[in-house]
Write a protein that binds this ligand. Structure first.
Ligand SMILES: Nc1ncnc2c1ncn2[C@@H]1O[C@H](COP(=O)(O)OP(=O)(O)OP(=O)(O)O)[C@@H](O)[C@H]1O
Ligand SMILES: [Mg+2]
Length: 274
């Protein structure tokens, strides 16, 4: 996939709190659509938003099913006329929005997968999680959505990735990188147990591996570029993040070897060449 622009939309109104999720996402209206918005406020650090945007760009390059994303601009005027936004301490400026999927169900259940039209994306989501070190999808029931209209499984919520979520900085991310490659913890959590039934046949990861093989370091640099200034990503942090992701991409063969031992229905196939 070629590089693409992330649109920026103005928020017209606050609708409601989504009502679950530790980041307390907010449903907000733009001139185009409704967005589930994660904000910089009293509680949340900009790192959550950086994680989301970088992982979204990488997800699109790897053809991972994910709702569209926009950077959303919340004006001082909207904040001042919305008591809830004042109470939450939402800052004026740019925040992260995931396009609201109106008829969607979190809480993955096996019957949904019997009617899902994108089962081939399941191995892709699992490998993607290992690349971004996302251990928030294996047990957390809110981080896979089933789009009831399209009957598609969607990956959402990349706030708590890179092993330590919003807590990373230059030193921490370098340290995690140097620990080497391992799978996420609790690999056999509830969601993964359900998903692993669909990691079967000889070459379940072929689709995503084709996309991985097309990645270059320039593509990863692009994923980490154009982050809104007010999110405060430093040049040093940008550099270690590129190295972190690129190392895991370059060592995808190592990830696959580890996955092979944990995916009992993956029948074999050739691991050479990666
Ligand atoms: N694009 C979307 N369309 C519809 N619902 C969404 C969307 N994004 C998030 N949600 C809903 O909002 C909930 C919380 O969103 P999300 O998981 O991104 O937030 P979080 O605060 O990081 O969650 P967590 O508690 O898992 O860390 C999701 O479980 C889902 O029900
Ligand atoms: Mg979540």
């Amino acid at each position: 996939m070629n590089h693409f622009n992330i649109p920026t939309y103005d928020i017209l109104s606050f609708e409601r709190e989504i009502g679950n999720g530790v980041t307390n996402p907010l449903l907000m209206r733009t001139q185009h659509d409704l967005y589930v918005v994660k904000t910089i406020d009293h509680k949340e650090e900009p790192k959550v938003l950086i994680n989301e945007l970088v992982c979204y760009k990488l997800a699109k390059l790897l053809d991972i099913p994910i709702p569209d994303v926009a950077v959303v601009n919340i004006s001082q005027h909207i904040i001042q006329s919305t008591p809830k936004l004042i109470e939450l301490g939402v800052q004026p400026g740019k925040h992260f929005g995931s396009k609201f999927v109106s008829k969607a169900q979190p809480n993955l259940q096996p019957p949904m997968l019997r009617i899902a039209t994108n089962l081939e994306d399941i191995p892709s989501i699992i490998l993607f999680d290992q690349i971004i070190y996302n251990d928030d999808r294996t047990t957390n029931r809110g981080n896979l959505l089933f789009d009831l209209k399209q009957k598609r499984l969607l990956a959402i919520d990349h706030s708590h990735v890179f092993k330590i979520g919003a807590l990373w900085d230059e030193v921490q991310l370098k340290r995690i990188h140097e620990e080497g490659i391992c799978l996420i913890k609790e690999f056999h959590g509830h969601n993964y147990k359900v998903l692993l039934k669909y990691v079967n046949g000889n070459n379940p990861f072929n689709k995503v591996l084709q996309k991985v093989s097309e990645l270059t370091i320039a593509a990863i640099e692009w994923c980490v570029s154009d982050i809104p200034d007010e999110w405060g990503l430093t040049d040093g942090e940008r550099g270690v993040m590129i190295e972190f992701i690129w190392y895991r991409i370059e060592n995808v063969a190592e990830i696959l070897k580890l996955l092979k031992d944990q995916c009992p229905d993956w029948k074999g196939g050739d691991l050479s060449g990666f």
